[in-house]
Design a protein around this ligand. Sequence first.
Ligand code: 5GP
Ligand code: MN
Length: 332
Amino acid sequence: MEVSLQEAAALLKNANDIVITAHENPDGDAVGSTLGLMHILCDMGKKVQVMIDDDIPSNLFVLKGADGIVRPMERDAGILVVLDTSLDRIGEVEKLVHAGKVLNLDHHRTNDMEAENVYVDSDSAATCEIVYRLASYLLPPVSDSEGDGLTAGCRLSSAMSKAAAMCLYTGLATDTGFFRFSNVTPDTLYAASELVASGAEPAVISESLEVRPWNYVQALGKALATAELFDKGRIAGMFIDREIAGLTDDTGGFISQIRVVDGVDVAVVVKEKEEKICRVSMRSHGADVSRVAARFGGGGHIRAAGCTLNMTLPEAKNAIIAAIEDELAAEE
Ligand code: 5GP
Ligand code: MN
């Protein structure tokens, strides 16, 4: 059933013993939104646990509470909150957490809308933007005359903790490429402004997020050597075999190195994770890559999407390039 943000807030106000989760292969928005909501609910006196079925990227340990995120374990809960994905990408959490209620908040247009209580806003740049708005129904109102003398709009600036603001700002920043992508709206920037007023430190977050280990750079060099152009230069691909993938856990930023090529509409990275399991990431300047991902059971946004192909790396390369070529031809 679709719920409003007010109804979502009411569900959380009435709950105790809350488990919050997000998608496997978590990014800044998944971790930022789960931890941000955790801090807000803890400040309200709730018992909260964040559970994610994957490793947390080391750069995100800058966020308070990241070291308390647990792997899935069997337990009961008053409510399970699923952020930044439908329930199909939360791994073992779905089976192991026996929750009285389920609440799903997401900004992916490909959300399956199957959750018991679901709020999806695909105009929000990040799930953190949705959690930020939800916070205004959870936190006590702050009068305009109170606090720091900032603009009258900064309603939350003294109600939200610095820890929560840091987490929510992180997801806004990572899902918008630090406020550069086409998903940025006035609401996104307004949310970022209020989060900074509440104590989020953009420089601390961006510096922590851009640090990489040396082996990342070595892997990037090898991955760049595999880059190829297709479809008269409209598609750029990078193909990471297990040997290159073994050099670094994190290949998240690789795609941005090929999406900048002049004339390229769609950038795609195919990464062989295991024998016959390839992860695909796509970014576009115009084409709807969520439709390409959906053809293979994945999803995402118009300009950022992904899927998993149960194929060898050469098979996956052929299949995804052909599907992107089809999409570009269909959109012509
Ligand atoms: P990324 O390329 O950063 O892994 O993912 C880009 C976007 O597509 C993200 O919003 C991510 O959540 C979504 N996405 C990536 N892989 C999948 C997938 O296998 N299924 C679905 N539904 N969404 C995905
Ligand atoms: Mn997101």
